[in-house]
Design a protein around this ligand. Sequence first.
Ligand code: ZN
Length: 208
Amino acid sequence: MSDVFDGDGHAELLSPHPGGREIDLPRAQAAAAELLEAFGYRLDDENIAETPRRVAAAFAELLTPVPFNPTTFPNEEGYDELVVATHIPFHSLCMHHLLPFHGVAHIGYLPGERIIGLSKLGRVVEYFSRDLQIQERLTTQVAGWLQDELEPKGVGVVLEAEHLCMSLRGVQKLGAKTVTSALRGVVRDDARTRQEFLALTTRTSHDQ
Ligand code: ZN
């Protein structure tokens, strides 16, 4: 990733398409029309005539990260306990079926020299969610980004999501949740910190 902190702790805006991916809207629209016709739909019906354009626009939106400025602040008070934000809503698209998966993220970190605004934790999840994703990969990307950019003493990320490719087809378990986690630094290595993080995130989950 190219974004780096300058001396004041302001990171550059994250680029809109990680990896230089580009979206070709007219091509996506033509492909959506082709897909509908392949399923036996005729596009001369006025209800469906504009659907290829809408599909292309909808997927373009879901696959375009919103750039943000992940401002951090010096940890002046020397705060040295876990900072945990739970139940951050997110949605993404499954790389295997192009169907949504959605749920909540729980993120915690043990601050080092710097702290980050709590709302930015949600923006980080959203940034990596606007991509064709695998839940495990999304989880490690969020943890890895926080570890690299914030350099905390430890990071924990837990994602709980319902995958429509699972709940609407195949095994059809409505409401079944897939839970993934990525732990780094002391949140992984120190038993007490890990316990504390997992207690905070799993307890609140079960209460829902
Ligand atoms: Zn899937």
